[in-house]
Write a protein that binds this ligand. Structure first.
Ligand SMILES: [Zn+2]
Length: 247
């Protein structure tokens, strides 16, 4: 495999990751109706409603240029800054992976959906349909692009990912007469199956099971185990992200 590092191209990938991270972060807010406007694209201050300049909507730029809301001095949460840097770093890793550019771009963009799902699930134990349904349709369409996950691979991945989580969900209902996780997690696993395709979906499911177990143990130690449903979305997202970023 030939490998050449193009600093300009790398910087572009990082920039797209940072801007994408900002949009995904604000989309999660909008989906939970903590903000207003189109998911991720609102340019109004969440505190005072004044229009924000483009610098303030991206936490990385707001930090670099000390930009604030002109109306009330608000600036983005530190968590948004962290999310943007994480996406910039992951986009950089994906860009250096080599191979087909379409495959790398669709993989990297799927990380943004996983970020938004993780945020909404952590905050409200919810993976909104308004996030998963469009993502499922979009990545199903993207699978027809040459070079990426092929349509048949996406279909088998969807059946394996969504099917496995649906089976666990149904088993949990039969055994415990309650939801072991939210149905939004089943739809998220369906999206993951399409986005990573077959056979990467197997690695994603194994990764999700391991990180889900880890989260469950941590919750038990924190004295919050057993009660209610567990935020399984972050575990699914982590398992999938490892597959998307990996070689
Ligand atoms: Zn303001």
């Amino acid at each position: 495999m030939s490998f050449s590092l193009d600093p300009g191209l790398l910087a572009l990938w990082i920039a797209v990751g940072i801007v994408g991270g900002s949009i995904a972060y604000r989309a999660a807010d909008a989906l939970l109706e903590r903000g207003a406007g189109l998911p991720g694209l609102s340019t109004r201050c969440p505190r005072c409603g004044a229009p924000l300049g483009p610098l303030v909507t991206i936490a990385t730029l707001a930090a670099l240029f000390r930009a604030r809301c002109a109306g009330c001095g608000w600036w983005p949460e530190r968590a948004q800054f962290a999310a943007e840097l994480l996406m910039g770093a992951l986009f950089a890793i994906v860009s250096l992976r080599g191979g087909d550019a379409t495959a790398r771009l669709t993989d990297a963009l799927a990380l943004l959906v996983l970020l938004a799902a993780t945020l909404t699930d952590l905050r409200e134990r919810l993976v909104p349909d308004l996030l998963t349904y469009p993502a499922i349709l979009l990545w199903a369409a993207l699978s027809f692009l040459p070079g990426g996950v092929a349509p048949e691979s996406a279909l088998v991945g969807a059946l394996a990912g969504g099917g496995t989580m649906l089976a666990i969900y149904a088993l949990g209902r039969a055994l415990y007469r309650r939801d072991v996780f939210g149905f939004g997690d089943v739809k998220l696993a369906l999206f993951v199956g399409i986005a990573v395709g077959w056979p990467r979906v197997l690695g994603a499911l194994i990764g999700a099971a391991f990180s889900g177990g880890l989260i469950a143990v941590l919750l038990l130690f924190a004295g919050r185990g057993r009660a209610g449903t567990m935020p399984y979305g972050p575990a699914i997202a982590l398992g999938a992200a490892i597959q998307l970023v990996g070689p």
